[in-house]
Structures are given as C-alpha cells and as structure tokens.
Write a protein that binds this ligand. Sequence first.
Ligand code: GRF
Length: 194
Amino acid sequence: MKRIAIFASGAGSNAEKIIQHFAALAAKNLSPAAMIALIVCNKPGAGVLKIAEINDIPFLVIDKEKFFRGNGYVDELKAAGIDFIVLAGFLWKLPSVLIRDYPKKIVNIHPALLPNYGGKGMYGHFVHEAVIAAGEKESGISIHYVDEHYDHGQIVLQAKCAISPTDTPESLARKVQILEHMHYAPAIALMATL
Ligand code: GRF
C-alpha cells in the first residue's frame, strides 16, 4: 500500500476530493493500492487542517525555517512512510533536498494550460485574471510532475474548458475548479502506484 502525503496551504477543496476518492475506493472494497496517510500544511488555521481532522487523517504543520534551511522535512516524511507527495494548493516552492528524495514522486495541479500562465506569482486568481485579460478562448488544468522550477515538470494530463466572452476571472475559476475536482484524484490514484 503506497502512502500519500497531500501538501496544501489553503481551503483544501482539492485535498477533500482526493480524500473522498480514496475513501470511496476503500468503501467499495476495490482494495486501493494507495492511501492518504498525511496532510502537510504551512498555515496554522488553514481550512485543509479542518478537513484532515474531520477525515481522521494525521497532519503536520511545518515551519518555514526548518523547511527551507533544514532537511525539507524529509526525515519526518520518511518516518511516516510516505511514498508519494501531492501538492494541492501548496504555495511554497519545494526545497531541492525534498525533490531529490522523491524523484517522479511529486505531483502538482496548476489551474491553467501550462506552459502558459505558470511560474512564480501565477497562482489562484492571478492566473484566471491573466487568462481573461489575454482574451484566451480556452483554459483548463495541468497535472504535472514537480521539478526545481515553478510549474515546470513533465505534464501528465491536461483538461480544457471553453471561455465565453461573458466569463470573468471568478466564473473561469469555477469552471477550472470543476476540472480539478474531476481529474486530480483519479490521476493521483494511477501515478502513486507507477
Ligand atoms: C487550486 O486551484 C489548484 O489548482 C492550485 O491551488 C488551488 C487550491 O485550491 N494549485 P484548494 O485549496 O484545493 O481549494
């Protein structure tokens, strides 16, 4: 059984969908090959911590100094038996030590069609504002492996949605979130066991 850690900084709606997906597989006796074993969060009070509590999943609130100047929490992740890492709205760049220890074992979701509209500062509403301002006709999601650059690793899956002339950054965010909730969990279930 592969053990997955979800790293999240915010509301945690993706984390919640992923947890539900794995719980549903287990409930249907589909003997899933992976489980959500840990939530890692850098923000005390973040919504994702509540979600961890409700679902009875252990969580770890991490400290900036230790994350960036220490061991990137590799020892703690190894001690928890973590095999695979999922970023779901985690806003800190991962330190090299962590990326080196989990080669092709870290996945991220980006709320646009990479390589466009990615990189430092391109997160949340900034992404959708830029996409609308550029007059794009479509946007979507990119699920990709994580390397040492923002939003840069190998893309595994993209899904698209159309943008209509009346769309706003807010309405586009809702369309993109539907795609995230639909595709991220099944992609993780496959990738974690490769
Ligand atoms: C999502 O839009 C995801 O694409 C991005 O961060 C957001 C997280 O939202 N990387 P939530 O906390 O899962 O609701």
